[in-house]
Design a protein around this ligand. Structure first.
Ligand code: TRP
Ligand code: SF4
Length: 405
């Protein structure tokens, strides 16, 4: 059953700091973040502990990339007054929640997450037979549940982690959302809604429970989300009562699938650090030029006078991203008739990429020259995140019976 309050507009996502960001990240994940930050309350963080699960034997790349990553985010336009940006390890509450959740998470759930075995297979050179790596998706669950995020933008490979998070939330609510006098407390919370709203709530509840009317469920959830009179514990009760269970302390998040990045690499494969076919986000223009000039083209076009076929050329895929229709038409005709050379063809891309990067490089330079600004943006983001984290954690400890004096 879907227990996500449908109006839960909070978005949270993290990125591991394991190296430089490149154009693939930009055209895939980051552009998506840019549009989300204006639509939702967003939390974006550097997942440095997650980086450590695979780089514990050589963590230097982590410290090298943390601040670069933050600068990249700021330089592309992630706006610290619209989104809260922070570093996972600076909000150690994540570790506490991870530990608490670990008490009730069956080992089998973690062993069955597909990325566990997949990554061990893929990264054979690393010893990932560790406690930390097995717990990777549960740490991610803690990241998400800590902020009661409703939407988690991730790629396809992370969907199973969100699914695990939902199961963990459900189990948590099942274990700790029970109170002996739940029904009585729920009924008295309904009274606090006010007469009209109470009646509506009861109608929604009946329609959902008697007829399985999902719209009624959503209607009830929206009503609760909008009601200003409820304290948190009553709201949790009423979310739960609506569905027939106990309190919903941790709402279940949903994956917000990031559209697959179509960004090709320099060799026609997907752009990825492990293929060595990337252009980094702030690559110097000379290097961009050099890398693009060296790109392979249609193998049949050996001499300038040989006609080519754009569909057999990796450069053509870059035109899909960077060129206007006019340029594409011109290039297509020029290639097929040998009217243009590959150098001319690539120059369009070189111009477009360097133009796209110029403002990013420029803003990044300002932050690089003023590291104090970056540090204080992060300090503020961490403070805001920590405030939110502490609220959730204290509620969690209360329902788990850990706030004894
Ligand atoms: N595991 C994610 C990745 O590799 C990064 C991550 C860590 C994350 N914690 C998260 C993403 C919480 C979303 C929400 O991409
Ligand atoms: Fe590729 Fe452009 Fe050369 Fe044609 S002209 S082969 S599309 S680089």
């Amino acid at each position: 059953m879907n227990s996500v309050p449908s109006r839960n507009q909070r978005v949270l996502s993290g990125m591991r700091s394991t190296g430089k960001l490149h154009l693939g990240h930009y055209h895939g994940v980051l552009k998506n973040w840019l549009s989300l930050q204006h639509e939702y309350e967003c939390f974006f963080f550097v997942a440095d502990w997650h980086a450590l699960t695979t780089h514990y034997d050589d963590p230097s790349v982590i410290q090298d990339s943390v601040w670069d990553m933050v600068i990249d985010w700021l330089a592309i336009g992630i706006n610290p007054s619209a989104a809260k940006i922070f570093i996972q390890s600076r909000v150690p509450e994540h570790a506490e929640l991870h530990l608490l959740l670990s008490m009730m998470t069956p080992l089998g759930w973690l062993e069955r997450v597909p990325s566990y075995k997949d990554q061990q297979e893929k990264l054979k050179e690393k010893d990932l037979d560790t406690y930390g790596f097995l717990g990777y998706p549960l740490l991610q669950s803690a990241d998400i549940l800590m902020y009661r995020a409703g939407q988690v933008p991730v790629g396809e490979d992370q969907v199973s982690h969100i699914e695990l998070t939902r199961e963990v939330a459900r189990r948590f609510n099942h274990l700790y959302g029970r109170e002996p006098d739940f029904e009585k407390k729920a009924v008295s919370a309904i009274k606090k809604l006010g007469k009209r709203q109470a009646k509506l709530y009861n109608n929604f509840r009946r329609a959902y429970q008697e007829q399985g009317d999902v719209e009624a469920l959503e209607g009830g959830q929206a009503l609760l989300a909008d009601n200003q009179n409820l304290v948190r514990s009553d709201r949790e009760r009423l979310y739960g009562y609506l569905e027939g269970g106990g309190k919903i302390i941790l709402p279940e998040p949903q994956a917000l699938l990031t559209p697959v990045s179509k960004m090709p690499g320099l060799d026609g494969q997907k752009m990825s650090k492990s293929y060595g076919n990337t252009i980094s986000l702030r690559e110097a223009p000379e290097v961009v030029t050099q890398k693009l000039r060296k790109m392979p083209t249609d193998p049949a076009r050996v001499r300038r006078t040989d006609p080519g076929d754009p569909n057999k050329c990796p450069v053509w895929e870059w035109h899909q991203i960077y060129s206007t229709d006019e340029i594409r038409t011109e290039v297509d005709a020029g290639c097929r008739s040998a009217g243009i050379g590959c150098i001319d063809c690539k120059q369009h891309i070189i111009d477009a990429v360097t133009k796209e990067q110029a403002p990013i490089r420029e803003r990044a330079k300002e932050y690089e020259e003023n590291p104090g600004i970056v540090r204080s943006i992060i300090a503020e983001g961490c403070d805001e995140a920590r405030d939110e984290a502490r609220k959730t954690l204290s509620e969690i400890k209360r329902v788990m019976g850990l706030n004894y004096k």
